[in-house]
Design a protein around this ligand. Structure first.
Ligand code: NAP
Length: 263
């Protein structure tokens, strides 16, 4: 990669953020299409300084990951309609000094499910109620799915169900739900703690679809258990690539090199 006086800067903010594969994916994509840019990981909690720095330097675009997807909104100049409806931002575009927030998690999740499962009237259980769960629950509801949320901290889960108009089931009672689609959105099972699994095997019925949005490891313990019980499984790489591809397009106006990004 050649870095010179014209190189543009992009990045990801989060805390922690060193586990992220976004730098590898976006730098590979920039190189593949011949864009003179670099993408770095910034482990930070100071969103005011980040947004001021984005304008001052300028940094062209930023991915936003946990735990900043909701709090970043207070520091932006404008929000795309979908990000505003969902109330979660995973992408910031620096448009001539104005910082605009977008959400590509929702469409990334839908693209990952596309062609694999019918969503209309499908009983869906979302495990977790953080930023990613919020986007996915919104997207599934928009597609006509019947959504129930469960979360370790009941108050947060209930607040999300109230905001989105879906059902809630307590964490310890998630096996009472007859779900045709389960979407796992907590970090449980992510490296290095790869033996964790938040979902009781009793709800992994043959024929249902289980998506785990963790992408490291690609096949989590949950997905291995689900596959062994005859469920269709969808790993987190597909959503990761599609949400990143839409970010790439928003930042560069160039078609993202999907195959390279997935590799
Ligand atoms: P977040 O906003 O911090 O939310 C985390 C959620 O996980 C909360 O519901 C939290 O519950 C729950 N949780 C955390 N630790 C837990 C534990 N030990 N036991 C039970 N529940 C726990 O994070 P996020 O942005 O939604 O991201 C969550 C995960 O999704 C991360 O692993 C991230 O890498 C992954 N992700 C993947 C993609 C993709 O494209 N594949 C996109 C976005 C995120 P409480 O409310 O009780 O704290």
């Amino acid at each position: 990669m050649k870095i010179d006086q014209y190189t543009e800067l992009y990045g990801i903010i989060g805390y922690p953020v060193r586990h992220s594969l976004s730098p590898l994916m976006h730098n590979t994509a920039f190189e593949a299409v011949g864009i003179n840019a670099v993408y770095l990981a910034f482990e930070t909690r100071d969103l005011k300084a980040v947004t001021e720095g984005m304008k001052a330097l300028p940094i062209k675009g930023m991915s936003v990951t946990t735990p900043h997807k909701i709090r970043i909104i207070d520091h932006l100049d404008d929000l795309h309609a979908l990000a505003s409806q969902i109330g979660s931002v995973n992408t910031v575009v620096n448009h001539d000094g104005r910082l605009i927030g977008f959400n590509t998690d929702a469409s990334g999740a839908l693209r990952a499910l596309e062609g694999k499962v019918r969503l209309e009237d499908t009983h869906s259980l979302i495990v977790g109620a953080g930023g990613a769960a919020r986007s996915i629950a919104f997207a599934l509801k928009e597609m006509g799915a019947i959504v129930t949320i469960t979360n370790r901290t009941a108050s947060k889960g209930k607040a999300l169900t109230k905001a989105l108009g879906c059902g809630f089931v307590p964490w310890e009672k998630m096996d009472h739900i007859e779900a045709e689609l389960i979407v796992q959105t907590t970090p449980l099972g992510m490296a290095p703690d790869i033996n964790a699994c938040p979902i009781p095997v009793s709800i992994l019925k043959p024929g249902i679809t289980v998506m785990d949005i963790i992408y490291n490891p690609r096949c989590t313990r949950l997905l291995r258990l689900a596959q062994s019980r005859g469920c269709q499984i969808i790993d987190g790489v597909s959503m990761f690539v599609h949400q990143g591809a839409e970010q790439f397009r928003l930042w560069t106006n160039v078609d993202p090199p999907l195959r390279v990004m997935e590799e």
